[in-house]
Design a protein. Structure first.
Lengths: 353, 420
C-alpha cells in the first residue's frame, strides 16, 4: 500500500516541512522566556534596516554602509555590509581588534551572487543575511535565508543549503550548493578567548578612502584624536597588484585565516598564527611542523617552505576541496584561485633562511 | 690468501641487500594497490542519500539544549552531511542507545572537518553510541571543562588507510577529561588523543588499527591505566611538542595497560609527528617530563617495546626557545616484557639501525641518550622490569658507542599519585 503524504508533498519535501516546523517551534520555545532586551525577529524585514523593496538593500537613515580593505573569500559571494547603531550612539575606535559597539548595535552582512559577474546590472540573487547583534552580555549571531522570490529572509538557526548558479567573471557557468552556517559555525570563526566577537570591523580593515574620518565627522565614531586615525596601518587590498607581494599576502592571510589562526582563536591549538602583526617566523608557519593536521598535511613536512609552494602545507590546504583538508574549514567549498595564486607567488618569493 | 673477511662487514652487506630488495617489493605492492583502488572507484556507485531533515533536527536540539538536559539518541543509524556541533553549553548529556545500537555515520560528510564537535562548554557527557567515518576527526572537544566520553566506539570502517581521519577521540585544550570504556579504530593519527589538556583519565579503553593507539601530548596530570592498545603502529605515546600554546606536559602515569603487538604499518600522512614513529613501538616518551610507566604488559612490539627519546630524534627543526626537547624524570618500572626474538621494522631508520646492531635481539627499553646539557634531574630511572633489556643508543654520537649498561639508570623516582 502506498502511503500518501498530506498536501500532495513528496516524502522528501515532507521531511523539510517537518524539520522547518520543528525548528520554528524550538526557536519559539528558546526565545519565549528570555527576559528583556533584544528579541530576534523571524523575518529580516521586521528590523527595518532597509527601505522597500528589501532586496534593493537600500539602508534607511542611520544605517551606515561600509567596506573592508581585505575581504574574506566566501565562495565568490559578493557582500553588502552595514552597521546599524542605536540613535545618537557611537562606536568606539580601537587600535587593535574590533571596535567597541554600544548595546543595541547590529552588524549586517548580505551575501549575494550576481547572475552574471561580467554584468552586475543584470540582477543578483541574495542568499543570506548575517547579523551580529550587540546585547548586554555580548554578541549574538543570527542568519536569515532569503526566499527565491527575494522578498524577504527568514531566521534559520540550524543552517541551510541553498543551490546557487552564476556566470563567473570569465564567463563560465558555476553551480554551488551554498552553505548557510548554523549558529555554532558562526561562532567557530567569530570567537576570541571563547567569546563571540565581530571580525572585520577593526581599524586596519576599515581605514580606506576616508571611511573612518567620515564616520568621526558624522559623530558615529568616537576617536580620541585625528592622529589616532592616521597612525593606523591599513591592510593592503590584496587584489591590487600595485602593492608589494608581501603586504598583499599578509593581508590575505590576515583576512582569510587569522580569525581562527591567532593565539585566542579556535585554531590556537595549532600554534599557527597568521594575523598581520605576527612576526615570529615559526608561528607564521615557516618551517613549522604541523601538530594535529592529520591528512591535512598532504605528506608535506612544513606549513611553509620558503621558495617552495609545492612543499608547503598552507598552499595544499588552500587548494584542497576535501572538507577535512580544506582551509578555511568553514565558509569555503570552492578553491579561491586568485588567493591561491597570490600565496603561491608569495611563498615562491620568500627567501630560504 | 687475501685480506681476512670481516664478518661484521659481510653481515652488513647482506642485510643491506635484503633491505633494498624488501623496500623495492613493498613499493611494487603499493603501486598495485593503488591501481586496484582506482578500478574499484570507477565501478562503485554512490551510497544512498543522507537525511538532511534528521540532521537538522539533531543540530537544533544541540543548539537549544538547556542545562541538565539529557538528549537521547534513538537506536538506529543517523547519517550526517555536516559537523554536529555543541557549543557554549553546561551540563548537557548526549546519550545513545548503546555501542552499535545508535550509529552516527559521517560517511557522506560534505562540510566540516569533524563528526561531533564540542566547544567552550562545561560538564558535557557523551555516551553510548558508535560514531564512524568522519572526514576529519570523529569527536573533537576544545575548551571544555569537565568532559566525559563513555561507552563510545569511534571508528573508521574497512582497512586502516591513510585517507582515514586523524583522531577518533580528540579532546584538546580541555580540563577534567574522563574517557572510559571507549574503543578507537582506524585513525590515521591517534585513536585516543588528548592534547594540551589537564587532569585527564583514560581507562578501560581499547585502541587498535590506529597509527598511535593512545597519545597524550603537552598534557599535565594524566592517568592512562587499564587500557589495551594493540595492533597499532605505536601503542601508547607520551609526547611534548614545541610551538604550542600549552608548552609542557608532565605528571603522566601509564599504568597497568596491555600494550600488545603494535606492529601495524605506519600509515600516517608524512609531516605529522606520528609518521615518524616506527611501526612496532610499544610505549614511547618523547621530550616529556615526569612520566611514570609502571606495571604494564608490553608484548610482541617488534621495534621498540619502550622508548624514551628527545625531540631531536624526530629530526625536525626547532626554534621554540621556551621548549625543553629532552625527556626528564621518566620512571620505567615493574613492566613485563617477553623474552625471545623480535624483528625490528625496516621501514624506519631507527628500526633498521636496531636490526643492524642487534639483529633480532634488540633490547626492550631504549633511550636515545640525548640529555640536556648540565641537567640536574635524572632523565631516566629503571627498576624491576621483567626481561627489560636496555640500550642507550647514544644518538648524539651518531649511534656509536651504544651502551647496554643499565646500571647508571638503576634508581627510583617518587611515584605519581594513583587513580582511586
Amino acid at each position: 500500500m502506498i502511503v500518501r503524504c498530506p498536501f500532495c508533498l513528496g516524502q522528501s519535501k515532507m521531511l523539510w516541512v517537518t524539520a522547518g516546523l520543528f525548528s520554528a517551534l524550538m526557536g519559539l520555545m528558546a526565545f519565549s522566556h528570555r527576559p528583556t532586551g533584544f528579541a530576534p525577529k523571524q523575518r529580516l524585514s521586521e528590523y527595518g534596516f532597509f527601505a522597500a523593496p528589501l532586496s534593493a538593500l537600500q539602508p534607511v537613515q542611520g544605517v551606515l554602509p561600509y567596506a573592508v580593505n581585505a575581504p574574506l573569500f566566501s565562495d565568490y559571494a559578493e557582500k553588502a555590509r552595514f552597521i546599524a547603531l542605536p540613535a545618537g550612539e557611537r562606536m568606539v575606535f580601537r587600535e587593535q581588534g574590533p571596535f567597541d559597539f554600544p548595546v543595541g548595535s547590529t552588524l549586517i552582512k548580505n551575501f549575494f551572487y550576481y547572475c552574471d559577474f561580467r554584468q552586475p546590472d543584470k540582477g543578483r540573487r541574495i542568499v543570506e543575511t548575517r547579523l551580529l547583534v550587540r546585547e548586554e552580555q555580548g554578541w549574538r549571531a543570527l542568519t536569515y535565508v532569503w526566499n527565491p522570490e527575494q522578498t524577504d529572509a527568514w531566521l534559520e538557526m540550524a543552517g541551510a543549503e541553498v543551490p546557487v548558479e552564476w556566470t563567473t567573471a570569465e564567463g563560465k557557468r558555476q553551480k554551488l550548493n551554498y552553505s548557510v552556517p548554523n549558529l555554532n559555525q558562526c561562532k567557530g570563526c567569530h570567537t576570541s578567548a571563547g567569546q563571540l566577537v565581530p571580525i572585520g570591523v577593526e581599524a586596519r580593515q576599515l581605514k580606506r578612502s576616508g571611511q573612518l574620518e567620515q564616520w568621526a565627522a558624522l559623530g558615529r565614531l568616537q576617536v580620541s584624536s585625528a592622529s589616532a586615525l592616521s597612525a593606523v596601518e591599513a591592510l593592503t587590498d590584496y587584489e591590487d597588484v600595485a602593492f608589494p607581494i608581501d603586504s598583499r599576502a599578509r593581508a590575505y592571510l590576515h583576512a582569510n585565516c587569522a580569525h581562527c589562526h591567532h593565539a585566542q582563536g579556535s585554531a590556537a591549538n595549532s600554534g599557527l598564527f597568521l594575523e598581520a602583526t605576527q612576526s615570529h617566523p615559526t608561528h607564521l608557519g615557516i618551517y613549522k611542523a604541523p601538530v594535529a593536521a592529520g591528512r591535512g598535511s598532504g605528506n608535506r613536512k612544513y606549513s611553509i617552505v620558503p621558495g617552495k609552494p609545492r612543499e608547503s602545507i598552507l598552499l595544499y590546504r588552500m587548494e584542497a576541496d576535501d572538507p577535512a583538508i580544506r582551509m578555511p574549514e568553514l565558509g569555503r567549498q570552492l578553491p579561491h584561485r586568485e588567493g591561491i595564486e597570490l600565496i603561491r607567488q608569495w611563498i615562491r618569493h620568500l627567501k630560504a633562511s | 690468501m687475501g685480506v681476512p673477511i670481516s664478518w661484521a662487514r659481510e653481515c652488513f652487506k647482506m642485510r643491506f641487500f635484503m633491505y633494498v630488495c624488501f623496500t623495492f617489493l613493498a613499493k611494487v605492492r603499493r603501486l598495485f594497490g593503488h591501481i586496484f583502488i582506482a578500478l574499484g572507484g570507477l565501478c562503485c556507485a554512490a551510497d544512498s542519500f543522507a537525511q538532511p531533515a534528521a540532521e537538522k533536527e539533531w543540530q537544533t536540539r544541540l543548539l537549544l539544549a538547556e542545562e541538565g538536559e539529557v538528549i537521547e539518541l534513538p537506536a538506529g543509524r543517523i547519517a550526517f552531511r555536516n559537523t554536529l556541533w555543541l557549543d557554549g553549553k553546561r551540563g548537557v548529556t548526549l546519550r545513545g542507545a548503546g555501542v552499535d545500537q545508535t550509529v552516527l555515520s559521517f560517511k557522506e560528510q560534505q562540510q566540516g572537518a569533524e563528526g561531533l564537535k564540542v566547544t567552550h562548554s562545561a560538564d558535557i557527557t557523551l555516551e553510548g553510541f558508535t560514531i564512524e567515518d568522519a572526514r576529519g576527526d570523529l569527536i573533537k572537544a576544545q575548551h571544555v571543562v569537565g568532559l566525559c566520553l563513555r561507552d563510545i566506539k569511534a571508528q573508521w570502517r574497512g582497512k586502516p588507510r591513510r585517507t582515514n581521519g586523524s583522531y577518533a577521540l580528540y579532546p584538546v585544550q580541555c580540563r577534567r577529561v574522563r574517557i572510559e570504556r571507549c574503543t578507537a579504530i582506524g585513525a590515521s593519527d591517534a585513536g585516543i588523543y588528548v592534547g594540551q589538556s589537564d587532569s585527564v583519565w583514560v581507562s578501560e579503553c581499547l585502541a587498535y588499527h590506529n597509527v598511535a593507539g593512545i597519545e597524550i601530548e603537552n598534557t599535565t596530570n594524566a592517568w592512562v591505566w587499564n587500557n589495551t592498545a594493540r595492533d597499532n603502529s605505536g601503542g601508547i605515546l607520551v609526547f611534548d611538542l614545541p610551538d604550542l600554546p600549552q608548552k609542557q606536559g608532565g605528571r603522566v602515569l601509564v599504568w597497568k595497560n596491555q600494550v600488545l603487538h603494535n606492529n601495524h604499518r605506519n600509515f600516517a600522512p608524512k609531516g605529522n609527528i606520528v609518521a615518524r614513529v616506527p611501526a612496532g613501538t610499544g610505549i614511547m616518551v618523547l621530550a616529556a617530563q615526569q612520566v611514570e610507566i609502571a606495571e604494564n604488559t608490553v608484548l610482541d612490539n617488534r621495534t621498540a617495546s619502550t622508548a624514551v627519546v628527545s625531540y631531536y630524534i624526530a629530526e625536525a627543526p626547532l626554534k621554540d626557545t621556551a621548549y625543553t626537547p629532552y625527556p626528564a624524570a621518566v620512571y620505567v618500572h615493574h613492566n613485563a616484557y617477553a623474552p625471545g626474538r623480535r624483528m625490528p621494522t625496516w621501514r624506519h631508520r631507527l628500526g633498521f639501525l636496531l636490526w643492524l646492531k642487534f639483529g633480532c635481539r634488540a633490547p626492550h627499553i631504549l633511550y636515545d641518550g640525548i640529555a640536556a646539557p648540565n641537567a640536574v634531574e635524572r632523565p631516566l630511572c629503571l627498576k624491576q622490569n621483567q626481561n627489560g633489556s636496555f640500550a642507550n643508543l647514544n644518538a648524539a654520537r651518531r649511534f656509536k658507542n651504544i651502551s647496554r649498561d643499565a646500571s647508571s639508570y638503576d634508581c627510583s623516582l617518587p611515584l605519581l599519585p594513583r587513580p582511586e
